[in-house]
Design a binder for this molecule. Structure first.
Ligand SMILES: Nc1ncnc2c1ncn2[C@@H]1O[C@H](COP(=O)(O)OP(=O)(O)OP(=O)(O)O)[C@@H](O)[C@H]1O
Ligand SMILES: [Mg+2]
Length: 223
């Protein structure tokens, strides 16, 4: 079966004031369909860089990145962006909702260039219902709790039906109780929708829920 993510010998080198900084220093990583993988490691170890490179938000300095069997190095920026929008959902630490839009509008607006309004709105309502916000569709972000805002962000990331969900510190702004609730939600969505899940986290509560943990240190995967 084709790997969801297949990374071979990935390097990402930044030049900072005449000094080379290897954010990634020869990373090999394969993620299979249906996996729940946590990427852990100290601050600055390269977690965000790895995630961004894996989904083509950033290009490696060297190395091969395959996403659902496509070689990202061989794809032009625009085709890559379209491909990513079709198969990857992304959640960040900050939900980054548009403050002037309701929960429903935030989810719909994220996909507007891709789908028709009517079917999209139906799908957005369904997914907001699945994340427990069926009664909050017309709430502005300012009237939602931090946990609810992050659930809107989850709905937004899943409305296009991605086969891969990636999240960078998705619980970084949540307390322990909201973290557990968000993880329960993602777990149940994963069962229902069947996506692969890769999460970057510092939080042992989050890592403990993963099927597999990969640790990064100074841009390298450690055992
Ligand atoms: N645009 C950039 N220019 C220069 N150096 C960078 C850049 N982006 C990242 N780095 C460096 O690459 C290394 C890895 O950064 P990265 O953001 O991937 O770490 P991280 O593990 O996600 O850290 P954190 O847990 O704090 O989010 C760090 O040393 C960082 O300073
Ligand atoms: Mg980071």
């Amino acid at each position: 079966m084709t790997a969801v993510i297949q990374i071979e010998d990935a390097w990402k080198t930044y030049r900072v004031r005449d000094q080379d900084v290897d954010a990634l220093a020869g990373v090999d990583l394969a993620v299979g369909p249906g996996e729940w993988l946590a990427v852990c490691g100290p601050s600055g170890s390269g977690k965000t860089t790895l995630l961004n490179v894996a989904i083509g938000l950033d290009r490696p300095t060297q190395g091969t990145i395959n996403l659902f069997g496509r070689d990202l190095n061989a794809m032009r920026q625009e085709a890559l962006a379209r491909f990513r929008a079709d198969c990857v959902g992304i959640v960040f630490q900050d939900p980054l909702l548009l403050p002037g839009l309701t929960a429903l509008e935030n989810v719909v607006a994220s996909r507007l260039p891709h789908s028709r309004w009517k079917s999209l709105e139906r799908r957005a309502r369904e997914i907001l219902d699945m994340v427990g916000l069926g009664q909050r569709l017309n709430f502005a972000p300012s009237r939602l709790s931090g946990g609810e805002r992050q659930r809107v962000a989850i709905a937004r990331s899943l409305v296009g039906g991605p086969r891969l969900l990636v999240a960078d510190e998705p619980t970084g702004q949540l307390d322990a109780e909201s973290t557990v609730r968000l993880l329960d939600l993602i777990e149940s969505l994963k069962v229902q929708l069947g996506f692969t899940f890769v999460v970057v986290t510092h939080d042992p509560i989050v890592a403990a829920r993963a099927g597999r943990i990969v640790s990064l240190h100074a841009g390298r995967v450690s055992a």
